[in-house]
Design a protein around this ligand. Structure first.
Ligand code: G16
Length: 560
């Protein structure tokens, strides 16, 4: 590193001292904390993004968001060249950088890492970073800190993409690295044209007739997603969407609204009520990377009928399977090969037991990973078609590049395939373009759900009735140190502290169809508790007993 670079780094770093007494960790989706202590972290992640760009010789993304967290929190994460999450082997370096106490120690760490990773750091190569942020009030000043970080690496440049959803930024990074156009308009164009293609391919006679059921009512979580959906819907004729909680009124981001609230509490979000009974409703989260559907069953109760990520996954799986089965009898060898695609489904321990059972009955291969799209995504990428979803509504469908190339070949070359077989290939191709290949995306997921429901001719009720969820309950417990909990087996077993797993097992055994696990959150300072049982009362009681155990083993001893 030359002298000019060293002094630039030392000087700029000294203007962003790290917060005292806090240990920061690159968690499930980057760094997340109270926004007031994040200036130094975001500045340093700006530097990290530039290094990553130099190392990979590609465009990198830096997104400022705390997604589902409360409005006073914020966060920062990096999007890798393929649009996915930062490679996990760089996470320890991200942690070390964020926590280095002095500019000198920071510089030493950086110098060692550059050497170890062989990063071209001679000022000859340029680094390129796309910046995005959600609507949080703290986003503007944190963005400035990121810009300062990037600017302290000689030759690094940034492009401010403005207020965008997380998946938009991930999509743009991927598109740029593939040499494609990558503006917001390009994103909207791709989504709307592939949606239109799927609708045009619906066989005559199927599809929901234009009834009141055709209206989709969307809760935008008072975040960026509602505003973007308003823009996107102008490009979608024949889809009637009423967007609420766009963040323009007095509503607060994620407070009593949004996918996280709706999925965890299973109650009607703000601005929804008896006028929505029977309608198809959907909820996005704060940065629009999660999507759940719901309906309001009656005007006397505040409870909803939740159609969560597991049911979205099931709907997608049914559709994909159906397209592949249309190709079963194909005489053309290339078309027949598509029928034999390796399809995999990826879930986490939060997946409702009934959903896993249902997917297995469909004959699908179901595998489990720990929570966090970074894990699910990697697993799904091992298949020709990998469908992954967390119950919280975060997920997508990945198509391998070779599989998409085969679809493209069939599309363009003459074959002996029947019209319906050819259309099944075109549908799969349209899905690969509609559904975000970089990361879970509420907007593209929503269009995919809408297209499939039309294709099937299903109402939300029919979809919801695919299987009956086992009653479940999620709780969170504040503890002294959440890192004291170490889990294994895709988070289904607690390895540390000793004794707690046996206590959870003993509690669980008291409930028919009981299942429960705990894990440290990667985005909030809590331990999460999940419980499932044959009755709601059972699930509630099991969750609260396990929460008491957590408190007894790790907490402040506040529960009785
Ligand atoms: C993030 C991740 C999700 C994950 C969630 C879990 O969501 O992107 O894959 O399911 O965190 O959070 P926790 O570890 O706190 O349970 P988001 O929407 O907040 O970015």
């Amino acid at each position: 590193m030359n002298e000019e670079q060293t002094s630039l780094l030392l000087h700029s770093c000294s203007r962003f001292p790290p917060p005292k007494g806090v240990r920061l960790s690159y968690g499930t989706a980057g760094f997340r904390e109270d926004a007031s202590i994040l200036q130094s972290t975001v500045f340093r992640v700006g530097i990290l993004a530039a290094l990553r760009s130099l190392k990979t010789r590609s465009v990198i993304g830096l997104m400022i968001t705390a997604s589902h967290n409360k409005v006073s929190d914020n966060g920062v994460k990096i999007a890798d060249p393929n649009g996915g999450m930062l490679s996990q082997d760089w996470e320890p370096f991200a942690d070390a950088l964020a926590n280095a106490p002095t500019p000198e120690q920071f510089l030493q760490l950086l110098t060692d890492f550059v050497k170890k990773e062989n990063i071209p750091f001679d000022g000859q190569q340029s680094a390129e970073i796309l910046l995005g942020r959600d609507t949080r009030p703290s986003g503007g000043s944190l963005l400035e800190a990121a810009k300062q970080g990037i600017s302290s690496i000689i030759g690094a440049v940034f492009y401010d993409m403005g207020i965008v959803t997380s998946p938009q930024l991930h999509w743009m990074v991927r598109a740029r690295n593939k040499g494609m156009k990558a503006t917001e308009l390009d994103y909207f164009d791709q989504l709307s044209s592939s949606f239109r293609c799927l609708i045009d391919l619906i066989p005559y006679g199927s599809g929901i007739s234009k009834t009141v059921d055709d209206i989709l009512v969307v809760d935008g979580a008072n975040g960026v997603g509602g505003e973007k959906l308003e823009a996107l819907k102008k490009m979608l004729d024949d889809l009637v969407i009423d967007v609420r909680n766009c963040g323009k009124g007095s509503g607060i981001l994620n407070e009593g609204v949004g996918a996280d609230y709706v999925q965890k509490e299973k109650v009607i979000p703000q601005e929804f009520g008896s006028m929505d009974v029977g309608l198809r409703c959907a909820s996005l989260d704060g940065d629009a990377d999660r999507l759940v559907y719901f309906s309001v069953p009656s005007n006397v109760s505040s409870y909803i009928n939740l159609v969560d990520g597991d049911k979205i996954l099931s709907l997608f799986a049914i559709f994909i399977k159906e397209q592949l089965s249309i190709l079963q009898e194909a005489a053309d060898e290339k078309v027949k090969a598509i029928h034999h695609a390796r399809v995999g489904v990826v879930q986490t321990a939060y997946a409702n037991g009934a959903s896993t059972e249902y997917l297995k009955q469909l004959g699908l291969e179901v595998v489990f990973t720990p929570t966090g799209v970074k894990y699910l995504h990697d697993k799904a990428a091992q298949y020709d078609i990998g469908i992954y979803f967390e119950a919280n509504g975060h997920g997508t469908i990945l198509f391998s590049e070779s599989f998409v190339a085969s679809l493209e070949t069939i599309k363009h070359e003459p074959s002996s395939a029947s019209i319906e077989q050819h259309n099944a290939v075109l549908r799969l191709l349209a899905v690969s373009k509609l559904i975000n290949q970089a990361v879970g995306d509420a907007l593209s997921g929503l269009l995919m759900v809408e297209a499939i429901l039309r294709y099937m001719g299903w109402s939300i009720q029919k979809w919801s009735d695919l299987y009956q969820d086992l009653p479940s309950r999620m709780l969170k417990v504040k503890v002294v140190d959440r890192t004291a909990v170490v889990t294994t087996n895709a988070e289904t077993v607690v390895a540390k502290p000793p004794g707690i797993q046996e206590a959870i097992d003993a509690e669980t055994a008291k409930y028919p169809q009981g299942r429960s696990f705990i894990r440290p959150s990667g985005t909030e300072d809590v331990i999460r508790v999940y419980a499932e049982a044959s009755s709601q009362e059972g699930a509630d009681n099991l969750a609260s007993s396990v929460a008491k155990l957590v408190d007894r083993f790790l907490g402040f001893g506040s529960s009785s």
